[in-house]
Write a protein that binds this ligand. Structure first.
Ligand code: HEM
Length: 300
């Protein structure tokens, strides 16, 4: 290990960072009142560039700080997530951005009622953009199940894991000025649950063409009680979400997760933990040992 690597933080130090993240989740002026969903997306997009064949990409490096990755249209809107975390980085400069982004998502999932995801630190931040992965590695929501397999198999995931990961769409919403899609998947988008799978199966989703030419699927929940003058809000699904229903290997997992919240929570915790570790090679004591895309780790 290079001697310039920092010592591993104590659990008390980590707890302080987690508390600081918990304290910023409530954002009454932002979206549905929580920074949680966009923080989960930040961690996912930081890790979801992994390519198992070349061992490049993944959550190490925090490449989104550079235009090459941060300016990728697929990452539109994630500057909000990075800005929410900036005061935490300023207060605890010893934590790397790469670790902070992943840890913040783990804290957010738990605080929104989701499972405890295993997290280990030691990621380093790139000091220039030479190891930042090329654009085009994240999924395109306008496509279908073949595309999902192409993207997620590249990272080393299987069909069950693809369906479990997609359950993160219980959280947050699509923004017309970010992805071009519009709306939220579930009524309570700041509460982690298996509602996404239940809604996928229960509802009669209708194709809707947006003014920008993109197509998504929508449903208006007639059962919701509305205040006077309130318009019923449409729920939405992306074409990739719908492909989980039409694909014969994906659908049984949608059905199981819709029925069994505990199973979904257990599988989500496992697969999200795996996502955040992609590309990191650790020794027996958990220290990151060098790989092509990893510059170091903690002192051993
Ligand atoms: C939001 C696509 C998988 C977590 C979004 C948005 C799109 C999208 C288009 C809307 C972005 C915006 O307009 O702000 C996809 C596709 C996936 C995928 C095509 C392939 C399966 C995942 C995974 C996770 C995830 C694996 C995490 C485990 C989220 C979250 C949001 C989101 C939390 C809400 C963000 C917010 O509220 O700002 N996704 N996603 N997605 N995605 Fe995914």
């Amino acid at each position: 290990m290079p001697s310039s690597n920092p010592p591993a933080p104590s659990s008390a130090q980590l707890e302080e960072v987690k508390d600081a993240v918990r304290a910023l989740l409530h954002q009454p002026e932002y979206d549905d009142g929580s920074a949680g969903p966009v923080l989960v997306r930040l961690a996912w997009h930081s890790a979801g560039t992994y390519d198992a064949a070349s061992k490049t990409g993944g959550s190490n490096g925090a490449g989104m700080r550079y235009e090459k990755e941060g300016g990728d249209p697929a990452n539109a809107g994630l500057a909000h997530a990075r800005a929410f975390l900036e005061p935490v980085k300023e207060k605890f400069p010893w934590i790397t951005y790469a670790d902070l982004w992943c840890l913040a998502a783990v804290v957010a999932v738990k605080e929104m009622g989701g499972p405890e995801v295993q997290w280990q630190g030691g990621r380093t931040d790139f000091t220039d953009d030479s190891k930042v992965p090329p654009r085009g590695r994240l999924p395109d929501a306008a496509q279908g199940s073949d595309h999902l397999r192409h993207i997620f198999y590249r990272m080393g995931f299987n069909d069950q894991e693809i369906v479990a990961l997609s359950g993160a769409h219980n959280l947050g919403r699509c923004h017309g000025d970010r992805s071009g899609f519009e709306g939220k998947w579930v009524n309570q988008p700041t509460r982690f649950s298996n509602q996404y799978y239940r809604l996928l199966l229960q509802n009669d989703w209708k194709k809707k063409k947006l003014a920008n030419g993109l197509e998504q699927f929508v449903y208006v929940d007639e059962e919701i009680e509305l205040e006077e003058g309130e318009e019923p809000e449409e729920l939405m699904m992306l074409p990739t979400d719908m492909s989980l229903l039409s694909d014969a290997a994906f659908r049984p997992w949608v059905e199981r997760y819709a029925k069994d919240k505990d199973l979904f929570f257990a599988h989500f915790a496992a697969v999200f933990g795996k996502l955040l570790e992609l590309g990191l090679v650790r020794d027996a004591s958990g220290n990151i040992v060098n790989e092509e895309n990893v510059e170091g780790g903690y002192q051993s």
